[in-house]
Design a protein around this ligand. Structure first.
Ligand code: ATP
Ligand code: MG
Length: 222
């Protein structure tokens, strides 16, 4: 049995058509079922639904053989745990977005940085944010949040946030502006290295099929 780890939402929705191209149809809709294990049309392939940030952990420890995770999640995971045991063979080109610094429209970020002010920054990505500001020589106090980052500057919890942006619509709706682009993000295939060695005959064709599907379904960069 081959186990594929996916997270609900964007990753699941964007991965589904690529699996279709590889001849794999997933049974069940993650938004309506409470099941966490979904069978597929192939008796030897199943999907497990996990939190986006748990995908690397599942694949690393063999709870899944293969998975799909955003580069944001992967880089943050690697910064905390190292890349051991994981192989990233394919940029799927889906779930594209960018990691950015944003502030309230009335906050003069450039001036505060020039003054050498110490900024309070709220984010889910504490490692990536820490590396980014350290590389720019900006002094920050990081506040870890798990969601709704946009709220932090509006309530005075933080001066700035580090978060994912795609269209910018959510920032705009909350009176925030993007002031720095940290990195471009897309979802990657991640594979358990040990599984790839011991179960090459099963995993290799699937990786190749997903690579081909990715080449056909490139989303434009945002
Ligand atoms: P959790 O629910 O575990 O906190 P999450 O809210 O980050 O996770 P999603 O919002 O489904 O889960 O995001 C999963 C991945 O999809 C992210 O890690 C990122 O790579 C990508 N992603 C998130 N937001 C966007 C977006 N607005 N546009 C494109 N891709 C996105
Ligand atoms: Mg989300």
């Amino acid at each position: 049995m081959l186990t594929l780890a996916l997270s609900k939402g964007r990753i699941f929705e964007d991965t589904l058509p690529m699996l279709q191209r590889a001849g794999i149809t997933v049974s069940g809709d993650p938004e309506s079922t409470r099941k966490l294990i979904l069978p597929t049309n192939r008796a030897d392939v199943r999907v497990v639904l996990v939190r986006a940030s748990d995908v690397p952990t599942y694949v690393r420890y063999g709870g899944a053989d293969i998975g799909v995770a955003g580069l944001d999640v992967l880089r943050e995971y690697f910064a905390g745990n190292g890349p051991d045991g994981l192989y990233l063979p394919v940029d799927l080109g889906i779930a594209r977005c960018r990691l950015s610094v944003a502030v309230r429209a009335d906050f003069d970020y450039a001036a505060r940085v020039r003054q050498g002010a110490r900024l309070r920054v709220a984010t889910k990505y504490v490692h990536l944010a820490s590396d980014h500001f350290a590389s720019k020589g900006v002094h920050v106090d990081l506040v870890k949040l798990y969601g709704s980052m946009e709220l932090a500057p509006l309530t005075g919890l933080a001066d700035a946030i580090v978060d994912l942006v795609s269209t910018g619509g959510t920032l705009k709706a909350n009176g925030l502006v993007e002031v720095e682009h940290i990195m471009d993000i897309s979802a990657r295939l991640i594979v358990n290295q040990a599984a790839l060695k011991t179960r090459t005959a099963m995993l290799k064709p699937l990786i190749d099929q997903l690579r081909d599907a990715a080449a056909l379904t490139q989303e434009p960069a945002v």
